[in-house]
Design a binder for this molecule. Structure first.
Ligand SMILES: Nc1ncnc2c1ncn2[C@@H]1O[C@H](COP(=O)(O)OP(=O)(O)OP(=O)(O)O)[C@@H](O)[C@H]1O
Length: 249
């Protein structure tokens, strides 16, 4: 498999603190690659660097054969790098399908004048319904987003991300704040996306990570201490000591 995303010797400091410390890793096309690590390990910062929200001090980010290290976020999105939208960006007064239609429209770069063109509206709607079907929200398409449960909002977030037809989807803790049943739903949804999309997943829920990931990279104090298949990572002594210590004991 070839890498769609490559990080080479990436660094970021906050003052004297090396938050991303010489990170090199490759994400293969089609894989679900999880990045795990203890609190404060630098996972969110790394996602910010990949998505373009935080500049990198040095190193390189190659995406789909292109050096995007210094590219602004919108260029990365246009190149196919999507970050899961936070729930706060969901429009609560609009239905689920309208929320996704807005994202489809943003992708196509068209103006809001297209609302009112019946053929165009049908097309947007069909694409929105397709994304909702992928995440299992077909039956909730006409519910206003504010009425959706927390887990359903996370599914809607995924549908909005997918509506941009990404080559790579960056998911920052999609299970955060979900209850047991809801998290099972989101895991089911992610299992459905697995193999169809390239996904980089940051997640604290280890059961979910080990159920979903093709490969796992472990960050500790900003450094990658292990990358590999879930079982190999789980039994890696450095990982057990640094991260899974309590569970392994
Ligand atoms: N804007 C900032 N300014 C200064 N320090 C920061 C900033 N953002 C993050 N840090 C520090 O960088 C380190 C890594 O933070 P980061 O949020 O990336 O870790 P994380 O692995 O995502 O943590 P968590 O699992 O708790 O979300 C922490 O020590 C944090 O305090």
């Amino acid at each position: 498999m070839s890498a769609i995303l490559e990080l080479k010797h990436l660094r970021k400091n906050y003052g004297a603190l090396a938050v991303t410390d010489d990170v090199s890793l490759a994400v293969d096309a089609g894989e679900l690659h999880a990045i795990i690590g203890p609190n404060g390990a630098g996972k969110t910062t790394l996602i910010h660097q990949i998505s373009g929200l935080a500049p990198s001090d040095s190193g390189q980010i190659l995406f789909d054969g292109r050096d995007v290290t210094r590219a602004p976020m919108h260029e990365r999105v246009r190149a196919g790098l999507a970050r899961s939208f936070q729930i706060t960006s969901i429009l609560p007064g609009f239905t689920a399908r309208e929320n996704v239609a807005v994202a489809v429209q943003a992708r196509s770069g068209s103006s809001f004048r297209f609302f009112g063109d019946p053929a165009r509206e049908r097309d947007l709607d069909a694409q929105a319904m397709e994304a909702l079907a992928i995440v299992g929200l077909t039956g909730r398409a006409d519910v206003t987003a504010g009425q959706l449960s927390h887990g359903e909002k996370r599914q809607l977030e995924l549908a909005i991300g997918l509506a941009t037809r990404p080559k790579l989807l960056l998911l920052d803790e999609p299970l955060a704040g979900t209850g047991k049943e809801e998290s099972e739903r989101v895991v089911e949804t992610l299992l459905g996306l697995k193999g169809r999309y390239t996904i980089v997943l940051i997640e604290h829920d280890m059961d979910a990570v080990f159920a979903l990931a093709d490969r796992v990279s472990v960050l500790v104090y900003g450094r990658v201490v292990a990358t590999g298949a879930p079982d190999a990572v789980r039994s890696d002594p450095a990982v057990r000591e640094a991260y899974l210590g309590e569970e392994a004991a």
